[in-house]
Design a protein around this ligand. Sequence first.
Ligand SMILES: *Cc1c(COP(=O)(O)O)cnc(C)c1O
Length: 394
Amino acid sequence: MPVPLLDVNAQNHPLEAEFTAAFQRVFRSGIFIGGPEITALEDEIARLVGAKHAIGVSSGTDAILIALMALDIGPGDQVLCPAFTFFATAGCVSRLGATPVFVDVCPICFNIDLNDAAAKITSRTKAIIPVHLFGQSAEMDRVMQLASQHGLNVIEDAAQAIGATYRERACGTIGDFGTYSFFPSKNLGGLGDSGLVVTNNDTLAAKSRALRNHGMEPKYYHSTIGGNFRIDALQAALLRVKLPHYARYTAARRANADFYTRSLGALPGAVQANAKDCVCRGAAGGGAQSASLVLPVELPDNGHIWNQYTLRVIGEGRRDALRDHLTTRKIGCDIYYPLTLDRQKCFAYLPASSRSGCDIAHQLASEVLSIPIYAELSESQRDEVVAALADFLR
Ligand SMILES: *Cc1c(COP(=O)(O)O)cnc(C)c1O
């Protein structure tokens, strides 16, 4: 039986009747832009994560863009971003004329290395964007400490981490802004593109609301330049169908991760990353690695939502060999991310100081491989993934 990396139909098709009802509700109302579905979704998400304000927008990318715009980030400003993340994190910084400064990451939790971040702060540094990569929180106490010491704004890129927690607080609600994505492959996946911004700051919330609609407040009066960053009423209504099931999806992903960690951990040459080696939590480095396969770990105090279950495959060429092995056996897998941002062609224009010292990120880009973790994965599918990995390590 083939095992896809993700099967959106397995999650969405059982809800077809509810999606149809939601579509009809909006269709019959004739309200497609703004309106009660959007405010209802915003209220529901604000309650889910414990944020004061939630603002639905067109995508997770636009959520980051709006947050940066609301903070007046622009030419001359530097923004610290991890080198190992999806492009949008840094793309938004560049689009506003500001300068992304790439920061190395931790080999244990894959998140921004705060020692390296501290070393790269200058008088021009205005903000830091910790990304809660693969569904696990960055080390937010240290992020906030660094931010308050140096007067930085904090935008949490929580595109992969809606509902994840750090010391009991929801990812996205700790910094000045949190940004979420409802891209279909995210944990709360919509039926198209959309995203959301959260903040606890009244002024920033009002600014963000105006920015999402051309900076218009009141109608046809523009004191700032915004854009069309609105979420569709239809998309909001469809997302609301999935929201009541979200806790169950997360529980299933967590159970899959536990299963992998137990089953794969028993294979020869496989070890779980040691939380004590996490550089974000003060360890010196990743520790000597004699294993051939390193399993991901949920750090203490974190509630991981497992957007990805990402292996490190140690040894020259071994990751690509495993990818080919799984592909031959019709098991879905992918590399998030094969090329770090500091090495992207589009960022070659940046000064060398923006692109220095990202060695761990480079190493990870050559070692990582994500395997199926989606909520609807069946027991026999999980077994197949483990059997294929056992075969590879034999
Ligand atoms: C998906 C993602 C985004 C962008 O979200 P879109 O909704 O696709 O625009 C931004 N940052 C990270 C880390 C992501 O994974």
